[in-house]
Design a protein around this ligand. Structure first.
Ligand code: IMP
Ligand code: MG
Length: 222
């Protein structure tokens, strides 16, 4: 795999659109940089899957913006399907994993590329890959927009990675916090006071405050 661009810890506030300044502390990856990198990933995938029987399997819901932008740059025949996963746990912490939508397409003997928003601890992808492997695809690879190496628990590797990011909780471009912020056109970092339980939400700080109105038992859709 080619070198993955690494994003540094944000030092500056500033580029956050006025509407979002109360919630978003910094833009980590701007819209234009995301667009350029997603096009580059698409070129790489297109080269690697020429003449193959490609099935993209995207995880709901976090892949929505990444996937839409990736597939429009893929000029090759492909099929597309989705798997739904939710975890039950508090705000930013992982919990028990539940499948909310099963795969519909037949993937046996086909070249499967799993698309996810972010590879964090690796728990989600490990479970998803285990399931897919049982269906005996011809090949099975992983494409993620973001990767946080620091938090890996499971030995999952992604074959295509958009950006490596520091250990920060990020939102936007499909990624959410309590189902909010998925529609932001950039990847940003929230003000620490809004986050609940994620150790490092901002350089040098640990968050302690609870977000009002959020129940511990609420499912968190990926
Ligand atoms: P895992 O820890 O690798 O299993 O990641 C599980 C899921 O948690 C990802 O697919 C995301 O939906 C979510 N996630 C992990 N880190 C972040 C983050 O920084 N912001 C928003 N969602 C995240
Ligand atoms: Mg996800």
């Amino acid at each position: 795999m080619k070198t993955v661009p690494a994003i540094a810890w944000p030092r500056r506030v500033g580029s956050v659109p006025r509407l979002w300044r109360r919630e978003v502390a910094a833009v980590l990856i701007p819209e234009e940089q995301l667009a350029r990198r997603v096009r580059a990933l698409a070129r790489q995938i297109q080269r690697d899957y020429q003449g193959r029987d490609l099935v993209l399997v995207a995880l709901l819901n976090g892949t929505l913006v990444f996937l839409a932008n990736l597939i429009r740059h893929l000029s090759l025949p492909l099929r597309l399907d989705f798997i739904g996963v939710s975890s039950y746990g508090a705000g930013t912490s992982p919990g028990r994993l539940v499948f909310t939508k099963e795969l519909g397409l037949e993937v046996g003997g086909r070249d499967v590329l799993v698309v996810d928003d972010i590879l964090d601890t690796g728990r989600t992808l490990r479970r998803v890959l285990e399931r897919l492997r049982r269906l005996r695809p011809r090949s099975l690879r992983v494409c993620v927009l973001l990767e946080k190496k620091a938090r890996r628990i499971e030995p999952v590797k992604a074959d295509y990675v958009g950006f490596e990011i520091p250990d920060l909780f990020v939102v936007g471009y499909g990624l959410d916090y309590a189902e909010r912020y998925r529609h932001l056109p950039f990847v940003g970092v929230l003000h620490p006071r809004l986050l609940n339980g994620y150790g490092r939400c901002w350089p040098g700080q640990a968050s302690g405050q609870k977000e009002p109105g959020r129940q511990r038992s609420q499912p968190r859709r990926h």
